[in-house]
Write a new protein. Structure first.
Length: 492
């Protein structure tokens, strides 16, 4: 079998991940080929949007490229384009995600009504087309049966998977798992895709964990509460203080909204909602349960005031500020050093639109409602309301699973996110957020099945009994985070 690799933007651990997957291909006897930027600075197709991009970034790109790990044939992105290229509407569809993410736009997500987004898409178009046609050329010349691509969402990596779709071959996208170990792999979708996640989340939601699995997941939960989750890209809730009491006076359910930015996943079909704005979905739900303004507290995301590339999250911050003021909701701004975890501990209901705050909320046994979809869809520690009809038919907070059951299902989801969905968890080990090491011994047939059948299976499909989980559940109920860190000797 002939397999192509497109690993542009390799200066983080992704070049290493691609090299590991290429090693698995070698064990299978496959022929492998690489498509990369050219050897010179002016031949690089990495995004021009990054304000720090230049000779330093280019040098890191060259140093981290996957092909340096082997002696296989390497092709470079061709600067020449055919006379007739893709329809402009298709290009817009593929590049809007990159433009929205770059500007961190929350509200105006339309190419034809947002000049900044339109200019950015147009700026990215030439390199997108170069990569698209170079990938098609590689597929044709080497008769590729599969393509392995870093990310698949970012501009030129999106071009590569678009070419694979056109050529009707299976493709894999990969990235670093948010918990660090293993390789996050998606099949025939970019790394925002939810099909593989939903399948595995659902399959193991009712499967009890073994002792070791429960200890491992419990330790991961404890790390988040203690601020020791050092293998995640960013750690929040540091140097914060707790409020003496809930910020508003109410005798009804205390509802905490912890919104996430739509710019993180805008433009992906799996994340589409029937409402235009996230706040429209929140409005629909809050109105349907007749929530009073003094029930609601909104915690703005700390990263809305942090710079990412050239942009900060001012679009999200201003939008939610206006929304809260219009509805007289109490809000806690991004720059206020108030513990989000303490707010979750004090609330009765956690209202989300995809935030990973669900892990902390579920670990605290809170009733969680997610408006729209998320990466934890399929795990039943949370209720998902993805349509207007499901919101209007919501039956309230009384008919809910118990606190212990919420925690139990959260624990299982954490293990799935940590060691079931990522692949090669025992063999690719994170040393830091940017470095990792690898070990021999993995069965290469795992990758062969993924490529041939376009299907991903759990990295670990073993399970235990409810009794295996009970000790860890008790520690989580008692919020004994330090002891959770010390229980057992889990492998991760």
């Amino acid at each position: 079998m002939n397999i192509g690799f497109v690993n542009i933007y390799p200066w983080r651990p992704h070049g290493f991940h691609a090299a590991y997957l290429e090693y698995q291909c070698n064990l299978l006897g496959y022929s492998t080929y690489f498509l990369e930027c050219g050897s010179f600075f002016n031949e690089c197709v990495c995004s021009p949007l990054n304000d720090t991009f230049g000779i330093v970034k280019w040098a890191k790109c060259r140093t981290g490229r996957a092909s340096k790990y082997n002696n296989n044939e390497v092709f470079t992105v061709n600067s020449k384009l055919p006379i007739n290229t893709l329809d402009h509407k298709d290009i817009i569809k593929s590049l809007m995600s990159s433009a929205i993410k770059h500007h961190r736009e929350e509200v105006n997500l339309d190419y034809f009504h947002n000049t900044k987004l339109a200019q950015t898409v147009d700026q990215l178009t030439e390199n997108y087309l170069k990569t698209y046609y170079s990938t098609l050329d590689l597929i044709d010349k080497k008769n590729l049966q599969g393509l392995i691509v870093f990310n698949g969402r970012i501009d030129v990596t999106r071009a590569a998977i678009d070419a694979a779709k056109y050529a009707k071959i299976n493709f894999i996208t990969h990235d670093r798992p948010f918990t660090g170990h293993g390789i996050q792999i998606h099949v025939n979708e970019n790394i925002l895709g939810l099909n593989g996640r939903f399948k595995i989340n659902s399959k193991f939601d009712n499967k009890p964990l073994t002792n070791d699995q429960a200890q491992l997941a419990g330790k991961e939960i404890a790390k988040r509460f203690l601020g020791k989750n050092i293998l995640e890209w960013r750690i929040y809730n540091q140097g914060v203080s707790k409020l003496q009491q809930w910020p508003t006076s109410t005798n009804s359910h205390k509802i905490l909204i912890v919104p996430s930015s739509v710019s993180e996943r805008a433009g992906h079909e799996d994340w589409q909602t029937p409402w235009k704005l996230a706040t429209d979905g929140f409005d629909l739900f809050l109105n349907s349960i007749r929530a009073k303004k003094n029930q609601v507290v909104v915690r703005f995301h700390p990263n809305w005031i942090e710079k990412r590339g050239k942009s900060i999250g001012e679009s999200s911050r201003q939008h939610y500020k206006i929304w809260c003021q219009k509805n007289s909701y109490h809000y806690i701004d991004c720059n206020e050093h108030i513990s989000t975890m303490d707010l979750m501990n004090k609330c009765d209901v956690l209202l989300l639109n995809g935030s990973t705050a669900a892990i902390e909320g579920g670990s605290l046994g809170k009733k969680i409602v997610n408006i729209g979809t998320s990466s934890f869809k399929g795990a039943e520690f949370c209720k998902f309301l993805e349509t207007k009809e499901s919101i209007l038919q919501f039956k309230g907070f009384n008919n809910w699973i118990s606190k212990d059951e919420i925690i139990r299902k959260t624990l299982r989801y954490v293990y799935t996110a940590l060691a079931r969905f990522p692949q090669y968890v025992d063999y690719v080990r994170a040393l830091s957020t940017t470095e990792c090491t690898a070990y021999k011994g993995a069965n290469p047939e795992r990758l062969e099945k993924i490529i041939k059948f376009g299907n991903i299976e759990a990295n670990d499909d073993s399970f235990g009994s409810i009794e295996n989980e009970n000790e860890i559940i008790k520690l989580i109920v008692n919020q004994n985070w330090k002891l959770l860190m010390e229980v057992g000797h889990p492998k991760i």
